[in-house]
Design a protein around this ligand. Structure first.
Ligand code: 13P
Ligand code: SF4
Length: 358
């Protein structure tokens, strides 16, 4: 995101950090809250330099953290790419556990930290390595594409990874390798939306009749029934209600939303695409169907644009990552992400394949 304001990350004193944060966040947070958070941010940035650590912050981080401590912000794909190239000794991941695991898989010899290991994800919880093995038995020889929102054991059973930013490209790539079927896990809605984008039928892989259903089409995406507990809550009524009240609004939805919602919004895409679209678009009023903090972060970076909010749906996992825990993480070098060497080796292959494609 382009922002002409001086970086909080480079402030030389706590007072300077406070002034810089105030310039960014004054419309969003009270001055007393900004002052309390500026003290934490200044200490985090000081310690980060002392320990040669890099902080990666997902776009869903709460505004005070997002605006003050990450060296890089982005979506899952951007942050995975950055983690693969960093020469820092420590990677501190302000995001959820599956994202920090991806950084560990790409950097097995580095110390990878996450401020709170309870920061999970309903998608990652929604499929296990045993589920993948079961699908491979039912659909022998069919390649498995796994969304990065999964744990390392699940990735280790897969052939390719993908993110919301490249799901269509990865599926097209696999189909172009001569495969007529793809198993796509675990997000049912991302799979249905990707099937629509690529132009192939979707088969519900959890149903007993899935092998017969798949046999009826020349090509197919075989999906699973996990859902994002945040994005599954957006409805057609939300789209229609907002359009009635704000006829000029541009609605941008994450592809983890239900297909009937995606069909009715203006743009669908990863959180990176949302950030770029708002910054580059000539229209002035936007609403994001995604974690609400993201709307705050984009509003801070684009003061000339109006961001509407529909904040009843929040990601409880992303909200667990706080400035307080981020500081404790750097002070005590906790919580260290550890994965078994064979899981790292096997889960790295599908991630590397994804990074080579797109
Ligand atoms: P992005 O990869 O688009 O940032 O999405 C991550 C996520 O968890 C969406 O809910
Ligand atoms: Fe997982 Fe949904 Fe939260 Fe993203 S918003 S981390 S997909 S639960």
């Amino acid at each position: 995101m382009a922002n002409p304001l001086p970086l909080v990350q480079e402030a030389g004193s706590e007072e300077e950090a406070f002034e810089r944060m105030k310039a960014k966040l004054r419309g969003l947070l009270s001055e007393s809250e900004i002052r309390a958070k500026a003290g934490l941010a200044f200490e985090i940035n000081r310690l980060k330099r002392e320990r040669n650590a890099v902080i990666l912050g997902h776009n869903y981080m709460e505004p005070a953290l997002y605006a003050s401590v990450p060296d890089y912000t982005g979506d899952s794909l951007q942050l995975a790419r950055i983690s693969a190239k960093t020469d820092a000794d420590i990677i501190l991941f302000c995001g959820v556990l599956f994202m920090a695991e991806s950084a560990k898989i790409l950097n097995p010899d580095k110390l990878v930290l996450i401020p709170n290991e309870k920061a999970g994800c309903s998608l990652a919880e929604g499929v296990s390595a045993a589920d993948v093995r079961g699908l491979k038995e039912r659909f022998p020889g069919v390649p498995v594409v796994t969304y990065v929102n999964t744990y390392a054991e699940t990735k280790a059973e897969s052939d390719y990874c993908c993110t919301s930013g490249n799901a269509g490209s990865v599926v097209r790539h696999v189909l172009n390798q001569g495969h007529s079927r793809v198993i796509f896990l675990p997000d049912e809605f991302l799979a249905r939306n990707t099937a629509r984008e690529v132009g192939v039928p979707f088969v519900p892989g959890w149903e007993d009749s899935a092998p017969e259903q798949a046999a009826q089409s020349e090509r197919a995406i075989i999906g699973w029934n996990a859902r994002c507990e945040v994005h599954e809550l957006y409805t057609v009524e939300d789209v229609e209600g907002v359009r009635k009240q704000y006829p000029d609004v541009t609605i941008i939805a994450h592809p983890e939303c239900p297909p009937e919602v995606i069909e009715r919004v203006d743009i669908a895409g990863s959180t990176k695409k949302m950030v770029e679209y708002v910054a580059e678009s000539d229209t002035k009023q936007f609403l994001l169907f995604t974690e609400c903090s993201m709307g705050d972060n984009i509003a801070v970076e684009n003061p000339d644009k109006e961001m509407l909010r529909l904040c009843s749906h929040r990601c409880p996992h992303m909200a667990l990552i706080t400035l307080e825990d981020t500081l404790a993480s750097l002070q005590k070098l906790q919580i260290q992400v550890e994965l078994a060497p064979d899981i790292i080796e096997r889960s790295r292959r599908p991630i590397d394949r994804m990074l080579e494609i797109h």
